[in-house]
Design a protein around this ligand. Structure first.
Ligand code: DSN
Length: 429
């Protein structure tokens, strides 16, 4: 007799089987990632734990829906519910940042930046961005990024002494190079940016001003960091860092740029928007509008300042002398430790950070003299200033044990104790 089950189409209720049955290898990898996020202290400045509500929307059936176009102007039928959530995301984003126009379709921060560049620049135009080793971002003109390949890139950076953005030097570069667009914002700059001053510089040469606030967006939303929306032509951000939403991008702009921007995102650089993640962005923006989120953002900053102060007391040089934000850049090179070793040792101690170049770094980006430490995730757990004193002691002990495995294991056990006392998700592992 022929076995018909082997070739029976996989349909209907068979699609409702649990991941662990369908694909144990993927299920196991997710379980390990969950365990790691649960038991370690995640201190990567660009990461966070989004809420269950955000994860639910992001893992929902909205993922099945095609919706090329924009709400009420789609190329597909059946878009009534994704129109509802996309409109909600747009309205909430505008309210949160005080923006004239919002496009919530960019899949990530780099794509958000690409959407902006494509709406006002032509290949070969001059784009001015912050130098990567000074804290900038790949998509602001690095030679290996599309931005560095398409545009004529000129850069600005920080002052060697203060390690603060050098606005006078920035104005000189702008005057000399006459960029068409100036992008400000960074992934490893711990200080506030003076957006008004940047606007003056852009105006002095007739350039567009684009602020990339991917890192401090949650702090901006909470009113605890200068907001570039009133002065910048374009503002981009990711939604998963301090904003604590799903992985994704967001573009805000002045009304005069709205049409060109929307066209450059779709059909310019993207096809079907990720409507599941747009629904999750709507949830995230709704959460960020609450007083609870404002208090959370204030705690992120208080934790980062406290951590920086303790590490400085412990003898570590903090780049720029401190922080105004969620991140602390530590010069471990002065202690004859590389960022690469520091990252590995801290990871073994249960504290996840990333190596990072510091301004004027003489080590390569694969080795570096710095580590970047961020407080958004640990603050989401509920840790406060008093815990930062303990955490900084663990960090210093891990950095100074020269990779000794038993010391690192001892710290990891203490880290796990603290993590378990401040659980993040109510999942059984
Ligand atoms: N994700 C950014 C960061 O870690 O700062 C880089 O793209």
């Amino acid at each position: 007799m022929t076995d018909t089950t082997a070739s029976a189409p996989m349909t209907g209720r068979q699609l409702a089987r649990d991941l662990a049955d369908v694909d144990p290898v993927v299920a196991e990898a997710i379980r390990h990632e969950t365990e790691k996020q649960t038991h370690k202290l995640v201190m990567i400045a660009s990461e966070n734990y989004s809420s269950e509500a955000v994860l639910q929307a992001g893992g929902s059936v909205m993922s099945n829906k095609y919706a090329e176009g924009y709400p009420a102007k789609r190329y597909y039928g059946g878009c009534e519910f994704v129109d509802l959530t996309e409109n909600l995301a747009i309205d909430r984003a505008k309210e949160l940042f005080g923006a004239e126009h919002a496009n919530v379709q960019a899949h990530c921060g780099t794509q958000a930046n690409m959407g902006v560049y494509f709406s006002v620049l032509e290949p070969g135009d001059t784009l001015m961005g912050m130098d990567l080793p000074h804290g900038g971002h790949l998509s602001h003109g690095h030679r290996l990024s599309f931005s560095g390949r398409l545009y004529n890139i000129v850069t600005y950076g920080v002052d060697r002494e203060t390690e603060l953005l050098d606005y006078d030097a920035m104005a000189e570069v702008a005057e000399r190079e006459r960029p068409k667009l100036i992008v400000v914002g960074a992934s490893a700059y711990p200080r506030h940016i003076d957006f008004e001053r940047c606007r003056e510089i852009a105006d002095s040469v007739g350039a567009y001003l684009h602020a990339d606030i991917a890192h401090p967006a949650g702090l901006v939303a909470a009113g605890l960091h200068p907001n570039p929306c009133p002065v910048a032509d374009f503002v981009t951000t990711t939604t998963h860092k301090t904003l604590r939403g799903p992985r994704g991008g967001l573009i805000l702009c002045k009304q005069e740029h709205a049409k060109d921007l929307d066209r450059s995102v779709f059909p310019g650089i993207q096809g079907g928007p990720f409507e599941h993640l747009i629904a999750a962005k709507a949830v995230c923006f709704g959460e960020a509008l609450t007083d609870g989120f404002k208090a959370y953002a204030a705690q992120i900053i208080a934790n980062a300042k406290t951590l920086a102060a303790h590490l400085a007391e412990g003898g570590y040089r903090i780049v720029s002398g401190g922080t105004d934000t969620h991140l602390v850049l530590v010069d471990v090179g002065l202690k004859n430790i590389t960022g690469k070793d520091a990252e590995a040792w801290l990871n073994s101690a249960g504290i996840v950070v990333n190596k990072n170049t510091i301004p004027f770094d003489e080590r390569s980006p694969f080795v570096t003299s710095g580590v970047r430490i961020g407080t958004p995730s640990v603050t989401s757990r509920g840790l406060t200033e008093e815990h930062m004193s303990t955490v900084s002691r663990w960090i210093i002990r891990a950095l100074e044990c020269d990779g000794d495995e038993s010391t690192l294991a001892e710290i990891a056990a203490q880290v796990r104790g603290l993590s378990d006392a401040y659980p993040i998700y109510d999942w059984r592992l």
